[in-house]
Each structure stands twice: as C-alpha cells, then as structure tokens.
Design a protein around this ligand. Structure first.
Ligand code: A2P
Length: 345
C-alpha cells in the first residue's frame, strides 16, 4: 500500500456489535478515512448507518465491494472472512480480521499493538485480531513476561454476552425482563447459536463459550492457550483456561494466576503495570478499589487489580484483569492495528 493521507476503509459486519464499535472508534480516533464503505449481509443492504455525521448506505459484502479499498476490517464471523478476505487482498486491501479464521496460520501476524507491534511488517495481506479474552490478558501480562518470563498461566474468565454478538445482547435483555416478570423464557442464542441446546443466561453462569474440542476444552479456551503462545512467541508457556459466560453486557473479567520464571517483587510488578501502555492499575484494598466490568465498559484501557502473591508457590501471582471486550477486545485493537500500518508507511 502506498503512502496516502486518506485511506479507503470498508467495515464488514457494519451492523454487528463489533462492527458498530469499529465505526465509532474510527470516528473517535479520527482515523484518516477517505471513502467509507459499510458492508453486511444482503439482509441489511440498503439500510443506512451514520459515520462522521454522514449517512452511508450499507452494501452487500461481495468480492467487488472491496474495489479501491485500502483497509478492510472484518467482523462478520469466520465463514465470511474465509469467503471474502482473499477477494479483498487481491484487490489491494489490507485485511484486519477480527474472527478466528486465520489467527493460527503461521504467515498471519496475530497482533496486540502494545505487545507485538513489530509483527505487522510480516503481513501478506491479512493481519489477525486476537480473541477478546486473550487480548486483555496479553496487554496486562506483557510487562510481567518481559521482566520475569512466564512459566504457567491458569485463567478463568467471566465473559460478557456482547462477545456473542448483538443477538446475545438482546437475549440477555429480554430474558432478564421475562424472568423478573415471571414470564416463561425461550433461550435461542447462548451458549452457541448453532448448537442444539440453549440455556438461560440471565441470572446464570454458563461454562461454555464456543464449541467443545475433543480434549474437553472449549474452542474459546483453546484460543487463549494457542494465541497466548503465538503472540508472545513462546511455545514453552503452559496455559490452562476455563471460559464462562455471565450476564454482563460489556466487559470481560478474568481471574489470572501466573507463575513467573524468575522471582518477582510485588512492588516492582505494580510499578511495571502502572507504566504499561494501555493498562491501568486499580488496586487499593483499603479504599476497596479494584477493576469491575461496569467501570471498564466503554473505556479503551485494560484494568488490573487484586494483585497478590500466592500463599504457596514462591513465583505465583494472582490478579484480576478487566477490559471492554468489544473495544480493546475487538474494535479498538483492530483500529490500532490500522493506525500502526499508517504510521509504519
Ligand atoms: P447483518 O446485520 O446483515 O446480518 P453480530 O456479531 O453482532 O451478530 O454481527 C454480525 C455481523 O456480521 C452483522 O453485521 C451481520 O450483518 C454480518 N453478517 C452476517 N452474515 C453475513 C454475510 N453472509 N455477509 C456479510 N455480513 C454478514
């Protein structure tokens, strides 16, 4: 891509939970957008979206829709990325893909700008945005990894419904109302829309995100394992994850236990986190200060708190990591990658 002052941008999935935030983030961060092209399914073609105060007509995402596009931000599901990303690349676009379609391909950089920005130079047309739970964990663990190394991570997540898309947001809203009103509920979306069984999400916790693999882990849990190792470029890290959907609209929370390679000093860990880019330390027990999803929602940063040394393992560290899954976990990270591309020209 040549150096320009303005870039033509397509958002694939512009009507979705992440797509909408991509529009908002491009606008808020004043990304140098020339032509703007919102794309979605044929169902939405012809509808209007507003971007930078102007109304745009949504077009159907077809190969020709990428003609003249510099950056194509995809968030319409893995199958759409598989179908259309190469069409966008063939037409000269750089694809920033929010789905899991290409993340683990060796030739595709998997990028969290605060962690491994240097990888973007290796792209061959597609750059992958990592899984939302992995992004926030990486943002918080990178300074610890750099200072002490990491041997092992045990993570349990408490994930917001927005990670499963707009329909899941609506399901939680409607179901909460129905249960409070004593009306029978009819779960249709969560935990996984395409699977036969659906469960109550309001006032519940569901230990399934994405489908299960043969090894007993869910695909979401395996994303955290595999993507962590790829992003840090360290196959020696042992990761075990349990991913749980909870009735929160925005903001994933994570209980993370880390065993470092070298001994750490807790005060030093605090100061490393305080100076880390994109990270805010909120950790004051006297004042009852710790990160919560309700505070992280709609914010760019990843919040870390409840820092404490394990009682038994000399290099064991516990923490609580919270971030807006739709922003840093998806839309913001994608826009930051596009910004990096522009800066690196
Ligand atoms: P549409 O609204 O036209 O169905 P979410 O993650 O919130 O469920 O959003 C999914 C996004 O992916 C929506 O913008 C949706 O558009 C889009 N999408 C779904 N199927 C297709 C498709 N076949 N082609 C292009 N976009 C699609």
């Amino acid at each position: 891509m040549e150096r320009k002052t303005l870039y033509n941008v397509a958002v694939v999935g512009a009507t979705g939970a992440v797509g909408q935030k991509m529009l908002e983030t491009l606008e808020k961060r004043n990304f140098p957008v020339g032509e703007f092209r919102p794309l979605a399914s044929a169902r939405s073609a012809g509808q209007q979206v507003t971007f930078k105060g102007k109304s745009y007509t949504i077009q159907e995402a077809v190969p020709e829709a990428f003609e003249g596009i510099d950056f194509a931000l995809f968030s319409a599901g893995g199958s759409i990325s598989e179908k259309l990303a190469s069409a966008a690349v063939e037409r000269g676009a750089v694809v920033i893909d929010n789905t899991s379609a290409f993340r683990m391909l060796p030739e595709v950089p998997l990028v969290v700008p605060e962690v491994n920005a240097h990888m973007i130079s290796q792209h061959r047309g597609i750059i992958a945005n990592p899984n939302c739970s992995t992004i926030q964990m990486m943002a918080a663990l990178k300074p610890i990894y750099d200072a002490y190394g990491i041997e092992r991570i045990i993570v349990s997540t408490y994930q917001a419904v927005s990670g499963a898309g707009q329909a899941a947001i609506e399901e939680l809203r409607e179901q909460s109302r129905q249960i409070l009103d004593g009306v029978p509920i009819e779960p249709k979306i969560l935990p996984v829309k395409s699977q036969p069984k659906h469960y109550q999400i309001a006032f519940n916790a569901i230990p399934q995100i994405d489908v299960f693999e043969e090894n007993g882990f869910s695909r979401e849990e395996m994303k955290m394992v595999n993507e962590t190792r790829k992003i840090l470029g360290d196959e020696s890290i042992h990761v075990t994850a349990t991913c749980v959907r909870i009735p929160v609209f925005y903001g994933h929370s994570e209980s993370v236990y880390v065993e470092t390679r070298k001994p750490f000093d807790l005060a030093e860990v605090r100061s490393l986190l305080e100076s880390a880019e994109g990270v805010k330390l909120v950790d004051d027990l006297q004042e009852q200060q710790y990160p919560m999803a309700s505070d992280a929602a709609d914010q760019y940063d990843t919040y870390v708190g409840r820092l404490r040394r394990d009682l038994f393992h000399p290099r064991g560290l516990n923490m609580w990591i919270v971030s807006d899954n739709i922003l840093k976990g998806a839309a913001l990270n994608a826009v930051q990658i596009a910004e990096l591309m522009v800066k690196s020209k």
